[in-house]
Every structure is written in C-alpha cells, then in structure tokens.
Design a protein around this ligand. Structure first.
Ligand SMILES: [Cu+2]
Length: 299
C-alpha cells in the first residue's frame, strides 16, 4: 500500500498526466461542466465575451432590484411607516425609469448586433464545405477540392474503438485545416436538421430547399463535437457532428488522398476499371437533385 504514495508513484502520475496533455484536443462538453466549452474560434471567443458582459449587466440589475425590495420592506414596514403616502405620480422618477432601461437595452443591442453581423458574413473564406443533413446522418462535400464528398455516420456498438466517445464518434469526420476561414454551406435533403459545433460557436439550421451559410476558423488542432440541434425524427440523437481540425499540411495530404483523381484521358478506353473511383464524386449529385425537386414543390 505504501508504494502507492511513494515519490516514484507521484512522478509516474505526473508523467502520465503529461502524456495525457500531449493527446489531441477534444472539444466536447465535460461532465459537470459549467459555462460554455473552451472556445476554439474567434466567433466563440466573442460569444463568450458577450455572455460575460451580459452576465455582469444581469447580476447588477438583479442585485439593484433585490436591494431596492429589501430597503422597501424594511423602511416602509407598517411599524416604521404607519401612515402610507398617497403619492401616485412622480414625473422625474418616471422619466428616469424609462430612460435607464432604454440605455441598458441600447448597450446590449449595439454589441449584440455587431456580433451577429460578424458571425453572419464570411470575409474571404479560404475553403468551402457543404453540409447536407439527412435522416439520420450528415453528408460533407468539398467543392473547392474536386467536389468529392462522403457520408458521416455515428459509430455504434461494435464499431466503437477504445478512445471513441459514445454517441459522438463518427466513421468519417469533417476534416478542415487549422487557422483557415471555412465557409460552411448548410442544407438538408429531407427534413430540417441543424448543424452545430459549440466550440466554434456555430449552429445553423439545415433546411431542405435552402442554402444557409456560416463560417468558422478553428484556432486549435483536435476533434470537435456537436450534435444535430433540430428535432428531425427518431434518429435525431444519433447524428453527431464531428470536425477534425488538422494542420494545413495534413489537410493537403488528406485532400490528396481523397480527392478524385484528375481525368486527363479523354475517352480512349471506357472500360469498367476506373469505376471504383467514381462513387464518391457522384454521391452529391442525387442530393442536389432531391433538393431541387423539393424546392420546386414548395414554391
Ligand atoms: Cu437531424
């Protein structure tokens, strides 16, 4: 038993914890967590600041109202104030309690609208990915990199490996480079879904027949998780979002691996040999067709 508390064990535990820190970062909610996930994008950092600012305002207002109530209860108790005042109007006071709330609302509205504007517009995106929600999985396309795409399904049961997080691990994560402005175009092919990654401050509805747009810039390497955030049917809880942020070099290598090979040969041999490479490139097409038909149907 004593060996457990020996200096050796202590240093061993330090080494183990140091090794744990060297592991890739995982962006997800932790048990008993209070507050937001650690921000990993400029948008989420600003959302955090906005949240803290509002918290200060809310606490100040709540404390002021509480103190006022306590003061009134004590000062105007019938034992101290047996004859109640008959005053009903006080112009000065009414002007003050109209103007102060207006000032507070303006002080909230200005930074809030600025942040909304910042979140909405994507300034010179360096990469575009298209996200399509399906019942019940996500499909990701890379139009800038040859238009290849793939499905992203939750890993369940026997597919889960040792380090996989249950209910969040997927077979194919969206891969993006770090410190790169990524424009995300979001739509759906059946019902409304919502693509969200809390650490990036991103949550956008995926609506059939509509192309929504948002952006993020991941500031750290790691895997970031989110979940579908619009009730979309029985599989709603089983279509997690996983974004793998890698270095720019790793991303280039990954694209090389997955992008469809360029087809320089015009049409000399239409044999069945190159067919295996075709499915990834052709999968997005039916999705777009589906969306178009729905679009026409709804209008
Ligand atoms: Cu969904």
């Amino acid at each position: 038993m004593f060996k457990l508390f020996s200096p050796f064990a202590f240093f061993a535990s330090l080494i183990v914890s140091a090794a744990a820190h060297a592991e890739p970062y995982i962006g997800m909610a932790k048990p008993w967590q209070l507050g937001f996930q650690t921000p990993a994008s400029p948008v989420m950092e600003r959302l955090n600041t906005m949240h803290d600012y509002l918290l200060v305002l809310i606490i100040a207002i709540s404390v002021f109202v509480l103190l006022l109530l306590v003061y009134i209860c004590l000062r105007y108790h019938h034992t101290r104030n047996p004859v109640a005042s008959k005053t009903t109007h006080n112009t000065k006071l009414e002007i003050i309690w109209t103007i102060i709330p207006i000032v507070i609302l303006v002080a909230i509205a200005i930074p809030s609208l600025r942040l909304h504007y910042y979140m909405q517009r994507d300034v010179n995106p360096e990469l575009t990915v298209k996200v399509t929600g399906y019942q019940w999985y996500w499909h990701y396309d890379y139009p800038d990199n040859g238009g290849f795409g793939f499905d992203s399904y939750i890993k369940k049961g026997n597919d889960l490996k040792k380090d996989d997080i249950r209910q969040l691990a997927v077979d194919n994560a969206l891969v993006v480079p770090v410190n790169t402005k990524v424009r995300v175009q979001i739509t759906a092919a059946d019902v409304i879904h919502s693509w969200s990654v809390p650490a990036f401050g991103v949550k956008k509805d995926a609506v059939p027949g509509r192309l929504n747009e948002t952006w993020f810039e991941a500031t750290r390497i790691g895997t970031f998780y989110g979940q579908c955030s619009q009730l979309c049917g029985v599989g709603h809880g089983f279509m997690p979002v996983a974004v793998q942020v890698v270095s720019k070099d790793d991303f280039a290598a990954w694209v090389k691996q997955h992008a469809p090979a360029p087809t320089p040969t015009p049409a000399p041999a239409a044999t069945s040999a190159p067919k295996p490479a075709a499915p990834p490139a052709s999968t997005p097409a039916p999705a777009e067709k589906k969306i178009n038909t729905k679009d026409k149907a709804t209008h």
